[in-house]
Design a protein around this ligand. Sequence first.
Ligand SMILES: Nc1ncnc2c1ncn2[C@@H]1O[C@H](COP(=O)(O)OP(=O)(O)OP(=O)(O)O)[C@@H](O)[C@H]1O
Length: 234
Amino acid sequence: MNPFLEVENLTYTYPDGRPALRGIGLKILPGERVALVGPNGAGKSTLLLALAGILRAEGRILVDGTLLTPASLPRLRARIGLVFQLPDDQLFSPTVYEDVAFAPLYQDLPPGEVHARVEEALAGVGMQAFAGRMPHHLSMGEKKRVAIATVLAMRPAMLLLDEPSAGLDPRGRRELISLLNGLPQTLLIATHDLDLAGRLCPRMVILDGGQIVADGESRALLADADLLAAHGLV
Ligand SMILES: Nc1ncnc2c1ncn2[C@@H]1O[C@H](COP(=O)(O)OP(=O)(O)OP(=O)(O)O)[C@@H](O)[C@H]1O
């Protein structure tokens, strides 16, 4: 099977000179669910931003066989959706409906298609009843669901999620795990939540100092206490 996402020698240094990614290589197959774990500052968010085409890193990123370039980015952006760590970075419209409609409208889809996408995306996260609500007055769990819906409305083949369980109470976290578990998309989930990683993702990639230091079965990596301790994960 051809990988959906292929990353070769990805390197990124922030403008202040801080290296954040160093020679990352990664292949993710269609339908795979991969947890991206690592200590604070490991480069997880930077990697997701690069994969979403928000940061331009050196190296190669192929999405479904197409090289990510400034020219291909508008088309590929709909294939890979990034859910930011803070929903407030993703939600800015007066209503939930308008936030979810934003990306399909931006793609110039006809109004009927936009409406169908919004209904489908809100149903997918169980938030149909919230369409007319103000995003900023929702609970954190509700905001996270709406943020996921804004990305689902693009009908992406892959979702990149940055710390999806951060800030959720135990019930919100359980609901989120169940929601993500029901998604058919390929998933790459950056998280400090090793329990969520183990429940949702058969495969785990450990990032430390901008480099991949382990890539394998989550069950095996989570059972390796020395490995986890060496990378500040326990
Ligand atoms: N905008 C920025 N400007 C300069 N350096 C940055 C910027 N954003 C992140 N960095 C640096 O890049 C490195 C990687 O940060 P990144 O946020 O990708 O790590 P992370 O693994 O997501 O961390 P966390 O678990 O704390 O979210 C860190 O050293 C960080 O200080």
